[in-house]
Design a binder for this molecule. Sequence first.
Ligand code: G16
Length: 566
Amino acid sequence: MDDSPVPVVTVLTAPYDAQKPGTSGLRKKTNVFQTKPRYLQNFVQCIFGSIDLRDRQGSTVVVGGDGRYYNNAAIEIIVQMAAANGIGHLVIGQNGILSTPAVSCIIRKIKAIGGIILTASHNPGGPDGDFGIKYNISNGGPAPEAVTEKIFQLSKTIEEYSICPDLKVDLTTIGKQQFDLENKFKPFTVEIVDSVEAYTNMLRNIFDFNALKELLSGPNQLKIRLDAMHGVMGPYVKKILCEELGAPANSAVNCVPLEDFGGHHPDPNLTYAADLVQAMQTGDYDFGAAFDGDGDRNMILGKHGFFVNPSDSVAVIAANIFTIPYFQQTGVRGFARSMPTSGALDRVAKATKIALYETPTGWKFFGNLMDANKLSLCGEESFGTGSDHIREKDGLWAVLAWLSIIAKSKQSVETIMQEHWQKYGRNFFTRYDYEEVDAAAAGKIMKDLETLMADRAFVGHKFTVCEEEYIVDKADNFEYCDPVDGSVSRNQGLRIIFTDGSRLIFRLSGTGSAGATIRIYIDSYYKDACKIFKEPQVMLSPLIKIALKISQIHERTGRTSPTVIT
Ligand code: G16
């Protein structure tokens, strides 16, 4: 106990005009946070300001990050500001480390008022990379639009913030530290917790650890390779997969969290997790997975690098959901996917007569459905999969879900996927990303497309490419009315639906930190046995041509190809 009261001071500041949280949190170049005076402090003050003072006083907030450059400097400022803003208790991961799913888990477990996560997710880190802050509310999920809008409005008029600049916290030692403050909010406690313990306990209660242990360390051991990409997941993978479930130590690679992720994008896709893809192609491993910087995203691969599309991944988990003990206990209330995610999950929902919800992009939209007991399992094309065990997508949960299916079926990843397509048909899916396009040019491309789609002759228009015909059935800008609270979210992506159910979607990303990223999503369903095993890029080639033609994206951006194809 420190017996000299810590001073609380008010610092004058001025607003920044672009502190609008994106799809999940505020993400900017690291040097914006580091060098723009009071940039971080302004945003943190607006987060605390968005919480009613009566709720804030004496409450508990969870804090942690993915270990990227500036993680702990930011945590020190957040601690000092939390104390000065009346928060009573902070729970922080040891050394400032907590994955996004772990923060969600702890918020729910200890009934905290919310959590602050220092991460720019899958974006690169380091002094020249990105930094970010996610704010999660008391249900453990990302702040919904009403809250992020409130934070943004506060950020436009902020004049001062409160801070205890002399308060120094030790992030390395597990245990409680207590501080007396020179104000009415006291005492203030900081509790440093093991980064993986609560999350590990939660997973033990969801999955059959004995069956998984048998799979990973028994006589017919499945050979796995998990790539933590030098993000936050290293300690979780080591503890859960290697120590608890007995996978050999060398099954887990890149497990030391690094401030710059070793100079790579900690983004689990075929482009940025190329090392894992190569290792899998050797045929030495039966199952592979990679995670993003903050551990909420996952990519699943089978032997020889067989790729499981994230839209298919959630559908396979849905079709095999009762292999997971948690769902045997809770039952299944509903499935959900984001609008651009392929319709693979819809096929399973239809066959099992389970409700299916289609939400805008952003995990925050699933939270309301889960809180209202309408949703059990959901997924997004952007490598996010999860359930109502927490209110975030959960990379390691997805891996254990797949391993549970493999343990039960005793089949390879590829066979599981192929049998799924044979039973339900296949939604071919691809996403083209054009990253760091000039923001004004990107806005104009979207605007012109919307104008084209609004033309009365557009619905009914026939596109003929490579002898395939596609007739426009519906064209709109996706709008979502939340079935729980009736809130409406507009402008969630331009959607062209053809008479055969195929879809083209154009959307601006909300997670970039420079310029704009245009995403084109393409989804087309086939049931015919002679078609379901073909290559997605071949099957989708006519629709890709239509998308490029109507958007003129190459001509208008000067690009000749997308930055990333999924
Ligand atoms: C966030 C959200 C996801 C969303 C993703 C991509 O994930 O939590 O729900 O799908 O961004 O968003 P966008 O297409 O706008 O870039 P993360 O892992 O980046 O926090």
